[in-house]
Design a protein around this ligand. Structure first.
Ligand SMILES: [Zn+2]
Length: 383
């Protein structure tokens, strides 16, 4: 295992990364300061000359700050988007505010897909048992349903925000202009699983219920292309997300990171999901945020190490999620005792006060705490 001299990543990163003094993610980040971004934008504009009959592009959203930024850029580029969202059933009141406000503020057409909750919960149970992951069923849908919509409605483009393989680990250069692909989806969004490995012989699910969980066949995909804006705009999430307040975005305070923008509005992302990430890959989400800030020069490596240590001891809620999933009281205790062995100290309620370095703090806003968690609008009936 080799560690990067500059950031907090090592060669065990789940996306795969190489280290030669500094890591491939840090090296690719440096491109941002020499790229002629005006030229990159012109290249994007020339690709987007092709227009659709009704909509020019699908914009898949979860309703967080990055989606606001993406949509503002899409409209600035003169495109007519169709916003597509998959209900993950994990939104709190802030999450619902943000997604409704996104659609009304920008006055765009939208589709929300509410998957069959019985099947969805079955898949989550299987994913939790097999992979210690509760978001895989959602991520599987989020990365395939919008592609189906583009295909079915002859919409020529999907516009995504950041390409994680470029931004986090630098697997490709910005100049490669990497586009969406089935391979990249499996490799980076779904951690090498897909719906077939997910169900295996575990979940008792009718195959017909899984259509939208599957990526469309390449041969039938035609000329639909998925582009990542981070290849064409100088990507700086904290700065960008800070600017979305003017659109009415509400940031959410969380105990596990200083980042109040990414996945704000989720009842699980910085709670149970974050603990499972620690169990699976050995670190929590805050490390990704800190690495990003080191690269943007807003925090030193030493400060980042000390912040990571503090945030990594913050407690998370596990019981609310397991109750939502339908576990019994004794089932929950069994799960904690057997499957979260060694992490018991991180389960529960606690508030921590952490001082944030100035350069980061000035890009943060006053964030709120959610009033209600797990609000199930759509097919919110538990069966
Ligand atoms: Zn690095």
């Amino acid at each position: 295992m080799a560690e990067c001299k500059k950031c907090l990543y090592n060669t065990k990163h789940p996306f795969g990364l190489s280290v030669n003094e500094t890591c491939s993610g840090c090296d690719t980040h440096e491109e941002k300061y020499s790229i002629d971004w005006e030229k990159r934008r012109e290249k994007l504009e020339s690709i987007l000359k092709k227009r659709g009959k009704r909509y020019d592009c699908v914009v898949p959203v979860v309703g967080d700050a990055e989606d606001y930024y993406i949509l503002s850029k899409v409209l600035e580029l003169g495109l007519n988007p169709l916003v597509v969202s998959v209900n993950d059933y994990f939104k709190n009141d802030i999450g619902w505010h943000n997604i409704h406000n996104l659609i009304t503020y920008f006055d765009v057409d939208s589709i929300m897909f509410n998957p069959d909750i019985r099947v969805y919960k079955d898949l989550i149970r299987t994913s939790l048992r097999k992979f210690d992951h509760i978001l895989l069923p959602f991520l599987t849908l989020h990365t395939s349903f919008p592609v189906h919509i583009a295909k079915e409605r002859n919409i020529p483009f999907l516009i995504w925000g950041q390409n994680q393989a470029v931004e986090q680990v630098g697997k490709f250069s910005h100049y490669d202009s990497v586009e969406m692909s089935e391979w990249s989806r499996k490799e980076h969004d779904l951690f090498r699983t897909d719906i077939d490995t997910l169900i295996g012989n575990g979940a008792q699910v009718d195959y017909r219920d899984l259509n939208y969980y599957k990526y469309p066949k390449i041969s039938s995909l035609g000329k639909v292309r998925g582009l990542y804006l981070s290849n064409y705009f100088k990507w700086d999430p904290l700065k960008q997300n800070h600017s979305t307040l003017k659109f009415g975005f509400k940031p959410q305070e969380n105990r596990s990171s200083f980042d109040i923008y990414e996945r704000a509005g989720s009842s699980v992302y910085y709670e149970f999901h974050d603990l499972l990430k620690l169990k699976r890959v050995g670190y929590r989400k805050v490390r990704d945020h800190l690495v990003r800030e080191i690269r943007h020069g807003r925090i030193s490596k030493e400060e980042a190490i000390s912040l990571e240590e503090k945030y990594s001891s913050s407690k998370v809620d596990v019981r609310r999620f397991l109750k939502w999933l339908g576990s019994t009281k004794s089932g929950i205790e069994w799960f904690i005792m057997h499957r979260l062995k060694g992490f018991e100290d991180l389960i529960g309620e606690s508030e921590i006060e952490i001082e944030i370095p100035k350069e980061i703090d000035k890009l943060l806003l006053k964030a709120e705490k959610p009033g209600r968690e797990f609000i199930t609008i759509g097919k919110g009936v538990s069966i």
